[in-house]
Design a protein around this ligand. Structure first.
Ligand SMILES: NC(=O)c1ccc[n+]([C@@H]2O[C@H](COP(=O)([O-])OP(=O)(O)OC[C@H]3O[C@@H](n4cnc5c(N)ncnc54)[C@H](OP(=O)(O)O)[C@@H]3O)[C@@H](O)[C@H]2O)c1
Length: 179
């Protein structure tokens, strides 16, 4: 689901060589796929996270930038060149930042529930992923092109803790429930 959601978010904006893509919430379960898929497509990737997550995000190939007030200025300083596309996996901040930086709305997508995105910005979900997306992601995992970070593993008896951890929205990668 998370891989397909990432694939759908990127299908809307078509990252390619020469692009600089801003990804909001880049270190989460969806973000780890989005970052790596955008890199595989040839794009430069800037990803939002908290400062304590910078090292993790660099390990995925993204250039980290802290979310929160002042994001537009920080992205401008980090990118040094034009940001050309964006996807927001957490909320609306990265999408709004991209608009302020002059990214065309049709090259911005969001996935999270929330207020309607600005006109032209598409909201995507796993069902919008293109045909063959799951197979491509599985192949990339098998051949080492995509790494699936495991944030934590819980036995099924402790699933409540797993859900609580996920709901706090500071997970880095996937949470595994062992049956
Ligand atoms: N996971 C799935 O399988 C899945 C499937 C389909 C759809 N979705 C949807 O996709 C969206 C993303 O889900 P997710 O599971 O990837 O992650 P999430 O739980 O929404 O977010 C986790 C990430 O968000 C970052 N974050 C926390 N506060 C932030 C803020 N204010 N601005 C930007 N980033 C912030 C965290 O980084 P720090 O720890 O560095 O703060 C963390 O890496 C959600 O709306 C979810 O409902 C998820």
């Amino acid at each position: 689901m998370s891989g397909l959601t990432a694939a759908a978010a990127l299908a809307a904006i078509g990252p390619r060589t020469g692009d600089t893509v801003l990804i909001g919430g880049a270190a989460g379960g969806v973000g780890i796929f989005a970052v790596q898929l955008a890199k595989l497509a040839g794009a430069r990737v800037l990803g939002t996270c908290s400062e304590s997550t910078f090292g993790f995000l660099r390990g995925l190939g993204a250039e980290p930038v802290a979310y929160g007030p002042g994001l537009t200025d920080r992205v401008r300083a980090l990118a040094s060149e034009e940001v050309t596309a964006a996807t927001d996996l957490f909320g609306r901040e990265a999408a709004e930042t991209a608009l302020k930086l002059g990214v065309a709305p049709e090259r911005i997508s969001v996935v999270a529930d929330g207020p309607a995105p600005p006109p032209g910005v598409r909201k995507m979900g796993a069902l919008d992923a293109g045909p063959g997306a799951l197979e491509s992601i599985a192949d990339a995992i098998c051949t080492g092109g995509i790494t699936v970070a495991i944030a934590a593993t819980f036995p099924v008896e402790r699933i409540r803790e797993a859900v609580t951890m996920q709901a706090q929205r500071h997970v880095h990668g996937k949470i595994v429930i062992a049956l």
